[in-house]
Write a protein that binds this ligand. Structure first.
Ligand SMILES: [Zn+2]
Length: 80
């Protein structure tokens, strides 16, 4: 069956040897569900990223260095 666009122009669809369009040949897509990463893993990853700013030659007023300073205040508070 011929399909037409909004301007009544026939829409050409590429078909495989069996006459199926790409969407028809692929079939229905299975649902994919990903579990979120554990909160502790995300926290550790973020802290590792920020701690990396201790050894970098960052430009003055680097926003991530400022984030590290703020995070260190909270993270070290129980040990003071
Ligand atoms: Zn930095």
């Amino acid at each position: 069956m011929m399909k037409y666009d909004a301007h009544d122009t026939p829409v050409t669809q590429i078909q495989d040897p069996l006459g199926r369009t790409a969407g028809e040949a692929a079939g229905p897509r299975p649902a994919v569900f990903l579990n979120p990463a554990p909160l502790v893993d995300v926290l550790i990853e973020q802290v590792e990223y920020l701690v990396g700013h201790l050894s970098r030659a960052c430009p003055p007023r680097c926003p991530d260095c400022a984030r590290l300073e703020r995070a260190m205040v909270y993270l070290l508070k129980p040990f003071r």
